[in-house]
Design a protein around this ligand. Structure first.
Ligand code: PGA
Length: 246
């Protein structure tokens, strides 16, 4: 039985003060979520992880935190990076790795992403490994080949039972163009087949909103969502977390 994971990726948004205000609004709106049915995760910027970990402790047992990245070394001369030990200290549960933004802006490779994912697992963090094709790759009929390569290289040596994969077509991120639900479901099904583990959690990400979440979550191979823009408003995100299958 796969338990859906609804994750909000705040990217480079929210000061610590704003993050706490957000939680004050969000948490009461999550009170009716069937706890056995789904999990809710927030990935704030690194700076907000500490105040949020303090704030949500004892307040909400099914809301957890994710980092937006993690390094493969425990410590050292890696300016601007964050160590898995630093995340462990804050009770962080997941770590997003391989998001298309660091892939694009900082030329992250599948090899580096693989090292980050392994480091996460070695420190009891669940990696959320993002994969997805560009518009051009899709137009050229290359989407499946590209995603398969990202899966094979990014997940080499990874324990599939402690893993979340997020299928995020790059052309759908922040553009308002959602991948059609049936097509997203088809790709998620392929990813499941390539990974070879029926129970792996596979999220969809890319312009998920309160008005398309119910359809997306009705798909058989989509086990949750990774939400960017629409997670920045707590009321909106609460509606997404409270999705109903149609
Ligand atoms: P979006 O971002 O929901 O704003 O499209 C998704 C993501 O980058 O994870």
């Amino acid at each position: 039985m796969r338990k859906p994971v609804i994750a909000g990726n705040w990217k480079m948004n929210m000061t610590c003060t704003e993050a706490i205000e957000y939680m004050r609004v969000l948490i009461p709106l999550l009170k009716d979520i069937p706890k056995k049915d789904r999990e809710v995760v927030i990935a704030p910027p690194f700076t907000a992880l500490y105040p949020l970990s303090e704030f949500i402790r004892d307040r909400n047992e099914y809301l957890s935190l994710s980092s937006q990245n993690v390094h493969w070394e425990d410590s050292g001369a890696y300016t601007a990076e964050v160590s898995p030990l630093m995340l462990n200290e804050l009770s962080v549960k997941c770590a997003i790795v391989g998001h298309s933004e660091p892939r694009k802006y900082f030329s992250e490779s599948d090899e580096q992403i693989n090292k980050r994912a392994k480091s996460a697992q070695d420190h009891q963090l669940i990696p959320i490994v993002c994969v997805g094709e560009t518009f051009q790759q899709r137009e050229m009929g290359e989407a499946e080949r590209v995603i398969r390569r990202q899966i094979e290289q990014g997940l080499e040596g990874i324990e599939v039972k402690r893993l979340i994969v997020a299928y995020e077509p790059i052309w759908a991120i922040g553009t308002g163009k959602t991948c059609e639900a049936n097509e997203a479901n088809r790709i998620c099904g392929l990813i499941r087949k390539w990974i070879g583990y029926e129970d792996v959690i596979i999220q969809y990400g890319g312009s998920v909103k309160s008005n398309n979440i119910d359809e997306i979550m009705s798909m058989s191979d989509i086990d949750g969502v990774l939400v960017g823009g629409a997670s920045l408003d707590p009321t909106n995100f609460a509606r997404i977390a409270n999705y109903e299958k149609i």
